[in-house]
Design a protein around this ligand. Structure first.
Ligand SMILES: [Zn+2]
Length: 90
């Protein structure tokens, strides 16, 4: 006589719709791009004087390791704001 012991692993499917917060328009800063080591778009311009910071015209330059806003022409890491906390320029 053979005894077959079945172990059923019950997995609970937890649904938590409250935590599923949807962000309508995902945006990133140059810090996010550097942290992810990939180009995330759109990058928002960190220049507080930029006329259109969320225009999507901030282009990350892999060679320089910084992103330049085509609206105001500012390099993101050169901006005198909190975002320029990374001081790894060569
Ligand atoms: Zn700008």
């Amino acid at each position: 006589m053979t005894l077959v012991i079945e172990r059923k692993a019950k997995r609970r499917l937890v649904h938590s719709p409250a935590t599923a917060t949807r962000i309508a328009t995902p945006t990133f800063t140059v810090k996010d791009v550097i942290a992810a080591s990939v180009t995330l778009e759109p990058i928002i311009c960190a220049n507080i004087a930029c006329p259109d910071p969320s225009s999507g015209n901030v282009v990350f330059n892999q060679g320089v390791g910084d992103a330049c806003c085509e609206v105001c022409g500012e390099w993101q890491l050169d901006l005198p704001t909190e975002i320029s906390g990374l001081d790894n320029h060569r």
